[in-house]
Write a protein that binds this ligand. Structure first.
Ligand code: ADP
Ligand code: MG
Length: 684
């Protein structure tokens, strides 16, 4: 297929299916198959399953009762069969009328049902053929398609591609033997045109050896590209930060608390990487509240000690501001100069911040992605920290990564990504395979797990009493307003209403309001007031979802919890349980609950372990959404399933290393075949 050779409309429809290049047709695999390799006698047709039958046309007519339809009365081997078509062209009537000739038969594929007037088949797929014409030699593939693109057209294009394109194997014989894989061309041919007698169950379940080969190839390509990227990174050079400078030593000697063992271990890993001469690419993961920020601060100090700059980036202004506050509190006493930059700063402040960053006056720059967007040139960036990295979209992550790799004197900065949404093992073996991962798997001492309560919305009164009680004993609370997917405006309105209502219902409390439409200085002020205890109940939209840290808040109420995603609920719940007081998260829900909502509430009720939540989230949503596929538009894995195909993932991982070492040419050819268009995505 040459893009120019296809009509534009057809090319556009193919593009919708992700088919851009000829080889994409080969990898456009069937959803399922229909068996037209054998005829079923009418009286042997099973209930509820489609079959191919052969009948002779006796008479065709259009009737109007009970509704307009084309009825073709036919005679089969074991009696009459009526074919009914509710949507039809006038030409079809004629076609069937002509088909009464004695040498013609109709082969119809569909379900045989017993209607009030005898056996019938509704809108079957059919062909009119000469009696005795041979049957199809293979199962008929049914492809995923799109409006305006007929199965038959797609099928023809694919068969043509299978015939014309070289389907040579990218894997050497030795590799195929070692992993018990059949040849590539046989695998794709089997999947497109399974021979009669093929193991249909295996094809449908995607466990057939042909599927295994394709999945293996897909996963192998992904592993290989990760390896290649990893290698390219190892080949680059970065400034080395020994991490034993004066600032680091002074800070470590006067830490505000004692690091947990897990923090110590992760810190050692980070410091070791920073001491090396090639760029670190490390993901620091740890559940909400496990204490990642302080490790980032220590990393930044190592850079500053070596006279390099560090940047700390957060997905929201609120969180950036909180980091700014924390970093100042921790580092200003050491004389470290920080700059704060985000999209909503007044021009003068913005200019001042940018100047400080560009001159090197600012040793640590803290901000939103504005840090890398507004044409800011760091004087000497040595370390880029990205907090809550999963909150950035795939494109943004790619951009950050590229920007973060700007070379200064031939040196590339180190990168530390942080995430409170732990990456399940299957994902860390695939999409994040080129990242080093450090995991804080322990909470700071004295933390009680948050108690989660599911409460029907009708019991609002009881919830208000709990809030009163908590605040009377000196604690604070959050009230999260319902998420309104369709509209920011409605969401804002809901927040304003909730705020007004709660103020009226709880006149003795100071009730604050926070939402995304507020100007950043206002947000900052509200957050400061809440952190300082001047606000007792904070009514908020999900702007506080990630990162916000106010240890005295011990009660969280989430309205319409059924509307939130699992990761979101876990993050929100993580805003409490950060201090010594026992914390409670109340999930208010309203009927009717969809099946998905019920499943999410059950998970969040049953577990407080972020890893388990992430695993369940992956199961419920699939990896694409988990990784932000919706932002990127391209599916990340098309054939392999991260949960079901773990054994193949393991094999592909092992094979990737061996292939690169012994058959580098084959490795490149393989990556090219599979990932030409998608290469960037996996490691974003
Ligand atoms: P997260 O990992 O969710 O980003 P933070 O870094 O915000 O968590 O830390 C959560 C809270 O725990 C903060 O108030 C932080 O100062 C505190 N903290 C972090 N480490 C420890 C520790 N080892 N002991 C006690 N408190 C800690
Ligand atoms: Mg954090």
């Amino acid at each position: 297929m040459n893009a120019d050779a296809l009509p534009k409309a057809l090319a556009a429809r193919l593009a919708k299916l992700g088919i851009h290049a000829p080889f994409d047709l080969v990898l456009h695999l069937p959803l399922r198959y229909e068996d037209e390799t054998r005829l079923t006698p009418l009286n042997a047709a099973p209930a509820g399953a489609p079959v191919l039958v052969e009948v002779r046309v006796a008479r065709a007519e259009v009737v109007y009762r009970p509704r307009r339809q084309l009825v073709v009365h036919t005679q089969g081997d074991a009696g009459p069969l009526a074919l009914r078509f509710f949507n039809f062209y006038p030409s079809q009537l004629k076609q069937f009328q002509r088909a009464t000739a004695s040498d013609l038969v109709v082969r119809a594929y569909g379900e045989v049902r017993n209607g009030w007037a005898g056996a019938e088949m509704a809108h079957p797929r059919y062909r009119i053929v000469h009696a005795g014409e041979p049957l199809s030699q293979s199962l008929t593939p049914v492809y995923p398609t799109t409006a305006g693109l007929a199965q038959a057209t797609l099928r023809k294009l694919i068969l043509n591609a299978l015939e014309k394109l070289p389907l040579d194997d990218t894997l050497p014989q030795s590799v195929r033997e070692r992993y018990a894989l059949g040849p590539f061309d046989a695998a794709v041919r089997t999947l497109h045109l399974p021979p009669p007698g093929a193991n249909i169950a295996g094809l449908a379940e995607r466990t057939h050896p042909a599927w295994r080969r394709v999945k293996f190839d897909e996963l192998l390509a992904q592993q290989l590209s990760m390896h290649l990227e990893h290698r390219a990174r190892r080949a680059r050079r970065a400034p080395s930060f020994p991490g034993d400078g004066a600032l680091t030593r002074r800070f470590l000697a006067a830490l505000p608390f004692r690091l947990t063992h897990a923090q110590e271990r992760c810190l050692a890993e980070i410091r070791r990487d920073l001491g090396e001469r090639h760029p670190m690419q490390r993901l620091l993961q740890g559940d909400v509240g496990s204490g990642k920020t302080i490790l980032a601060a220590i990393g930044c100090l190592a850079a500053v000690d070596a006279n390099w700059q560090a940047a700390v980036m957060a997905p929201t202004e609120l969180l950036a501001e909180q980091h700014q506050r924390k970093f100042s509190e921790w580092l200003a006493p050491l004389g470290v100069r920080t700059a704060w930059l985000h999209g909503a700063l007044a021009r003068r402040e913005k200019r001042a911040a940018i100047e400080a960053i560009e001159s090197g006056e600012a040793q640590i720059a803290i901000g939103t992605h504005a840090l890398f967007q507004q044409g800011v040139e760091f004087a000497q960036l040595g370390l880029a920290v990205v907090d809550e990295q999963h909150r950035f979209g795939v494109q943004q992550r790619l951009m950050l990564r590229k920007k973060g790799e700007a070379v200064k004197d031939g040196l590339v900065p180190h990168q530390l990504m942080m995430s409170a949404t732990p990456i399940p093992r299957t994902l860390s073996m695939t999409y994040y395979a080129d990242l080093e991962v450090s995991t804080i798997d322990e909470m700071p001492p004295g933390r009680e797990p948050v108690k989660t309560r599911l409460v029907a919305g009708a019991r609002r009164g009881e919830v208000l009493s709990r809030i009163r009680e908590a605040c009377r004993s000196g604690q604070q609370a959050y009230w999260i307003c319902p998420l309104v997917e369709e509209s920011d405006k409605l969401e804002l309105q809901a927040a304003l209403e909730a705020h007004a209502e709660l103020k009226a219902e709880l006149p003795e409390l100071s009730v604050g309001l926070l939402h995304g439409r507020m100007a950043p200085p206002e947000k900052t002020e509200v957050m400061r007031d809440f952190a300082a205890g001047r606000i007792q109940l904070l009514v908020s939209t999900t702007v506080i979802e990630v990162g916000v840290d106010v240890p005295n808040a011990s009660l969280m109420v989430i309205e319409h919890a059924e509307r939130f995603g699992l990761a979101q609920l876990h993050q929100l719940r993580g805003r409490v349980g950060r201090g010594a007081a026992e914390s409670v998260c109340i999930l208010l829900y309203r009927h009717p609950l969809s099946e998905g909502a019920r499943a999410r509430l059950k998970v969040i009720f049953e577990t407080t372990d972020g890893f388990e939540v992430a695993r369940q989230d992956l199961l419920l949503r699939g990896p694409g959404e988990y990784l932000g596929e919706r932002q990127s538009g391209a599916p990340l894995l098309r054939f392999a399933d991260l949960e079901r195909d773990q054994a193949i993932i393991g094999a592909a991982r092992e094979a990737a290393a061996g292939l690169l070492e012994k058959h580098p040419g084959a490795a490149r050819a393989h990556v090219e075949r599979w990932l030409s268009a998608r290469q960037d995505l996996g490691s974003a």
